[in-house]
Design a protein. Sequence first.
Lengths: 504, 318
Amino acid sequence: MSNAYAQMSRSRVFAAYLGDIRYELTKMVRTPAFAIPTIIFPAMFYLLFGILAGGGRGNAPFALQALARWSVFGAMAPGLFGFGVSLAFEREQGLLILKQALPMPPGSYLIGRMFNAMVFVCISTLLLLTIAVTMGHVPVTLGQAARILFVDALGVLPFCAIGLFVGSLISGQAAPAIINLIYLPMAFLSGLLFPLPIRILQQITPVWPSHHLGQLSLAAVGAPAVGTTANHVAALVGVTVLFFVLAMRRLGSRGISLLGPAPTGAVFPLRRALNMAMMGIAIGLIITGIVGGTAPVAAASTAATSKDATEGKTATAATDAAASPDAPVGVVAPDTTLIADFDSGSDQASYGIGWHAFDDKSRGGNSTTSQRVVADGAGHSKGALEVSGDVGTAIQYPFVGTSFLPNGKPTPDFSQQGFMNYSSRHTLRFFARGDGHNYTVAISGPVLGAIPAMYGFNAGADWQEVAVPLAELGNLDLERVKAISVGTMAPGPFRFQIDNVRIE
Amino acid sequence: MLHVMEDDMSQQPLARLAGAHKRFGAVKALDGLDLAVDRGEMLALLGPNGAGKSTAISLLLGLQRADSGSAFLFGEDPQSIDARRRIGVMMQEVNLSPVMHPHEMIAQVASYYPTPYTAAEVIKRLSLESIASRPYGKLSGGQKRQVQFGMAIAGRPELLFLDEPTVGLDVHAREALWRVLRDLVHEGCSIVLTTHYIEEAESLADRVAVLKHGRLVAGGSVDEIRAYVSRKNILCRTTLAREVITGWPEVQELREESGAMNIITRDAETVLRRLLAADANVSDIEVRRAGLAEAFAEITSANQADANQGGADAGKLQ
């Protein structure tokens, strides 16, 4: 009998791939030990810590951030558990060897599992979105929902690769415990779930792939994020390739090749060289991602990149959706471009309610902050405003600093504050220096609870000018500016100074 | 041209090991093994634990590579997907997903093959209707083996590898499976069977290959293997004293079984003449050739020198 007997039409091969996907999906759905934790737990934790106890209820920006972060928590599980635990069991129980002996289409086992991991991530994220909209009243737009689904669905791949590698190493009995020992600490140490209390831990967050996916997810919903998309994608691609190659090598040494026949003869050294090259490239990508993983979204200099502008624009959706079209246009800004230079020794501004330190106690937080005017401002001017304090961890998303109300009223009720019309202005400039940490400029609009337009910068030891390109912060309604704030969300002590604040 | 190739191929063994060596650390699993599976035959692969049966099968399935020597499946590398589309496999040590149903499992495996049976056809052929929609994890050990067998034949294979297929099956299920195996061979399917049930090999196999220490120590039809052991059993009822019988030089061993004597000898004719001459009342005489089990025991319990000689004999038998 000839080989013609053994040849399959493309449609049959395609059907075999689809059959494997369907089979694996059915298997996962019928396995409560997998389906429940991967779908229910992230939703449950988001509801508990992101909305009910995390200060997110009625506080849309924080609930939206929580949504982005907990969705990443949900995206990690199907990859790690779906590959790690299942693979370890199936390898140990001889199923992979049986599949080796069958004419399984090359890679169909991996494709089926990756597809199913993506399906579970989408289900988990959709559940979180539902909770966010219905119970958290988070003003998430369809665009944001689509972006977060896209980011999370693709973001599961590095965790699939990690799971694959771990599953190739350990026994089925040990797999659930080992994977949990990777999953939960990684989520915690990346600062994904709760602010990290120890500075060294904050500084090494970029070594965790969950940090990079978390930042992409935050950017997807327009929340403030650190690092650039390119950095995060590089790190995640690097992790995926590295662990995938390591897993294939490990399984290959056990006589298991999930990608088709193992190479022999002259092909073997060629594939080995290719593997080494891929691992080298992957490590390079990971290092690139780690190095740039905590860089501020925007440079402290005046040269904001187009990427920064893009990230600024992504923050528009929530406010756009939630803004009232009937809100009155604010008072036209005075002719002066100076807001405050603090040279008089006071924290008062040229107009409006002067600068005020604010903390998060009204939201249940335990952060402290204070401000004072100090000597030796930028360019050796007489004074500058120094803001310092300690960001606590009592709530999930603290934000403390100093705030300027351009058309403010002497009432603590933020909703009663007036608007300023800055539509003729293009740039907010000021000088800043500080303890080397990243800080955020937040410009609030008319909608209480909407995400403000945000711009990140780094406050180094020397005075440096920060230029915020207002036109590029699409989230900003320049006709209805309620507050301009400078502050931080990073837990721990902080100190920064600002001077010569102008809006031009 | 294609017909010529087919004609040529039809003369070729479907699977072949040629001088295969395989070592796992200090353990020599295969030591220059030559083995061939011909079209339309059922080959039983026998041997004590550690004889190299599983390693030989692994090489033929492409799960491992020989250190030296070669392995072919349908004239190709055993890892060739085209070759694998012509075989079915049933392994012994495999646990399948407990949440899937037999009809789904059979259908999934069938989807890998060009011209498979439908799951319904397999289920009907193996009479698995009552368990086809039950979770695999809730089946008995024997039922699981039947499902695995169903998966193995789902692709309508030309060559079927079965590793201990009847372990855990009750008598009826075993006989039913044997019937299916015979039918498959009748339909042109070749089968490689590894089993510890010698009577299974005796009942089913066209040819037997006995491995020991990674080498072929005996091979041939079941009758040829039986003949390899020259001793016979003479069962009878006699009044002769035990000492008299054991005193005959041709008698190797004497056993008393349920009031009868079992005389084991390599020269049955001489012993029988002595018996009839010494005891006119001898009754219930029955002369038996050694069974496959005895032959297997004798072959595999022989010392290494014997085994080497057996290997040479095996070459003659083939």
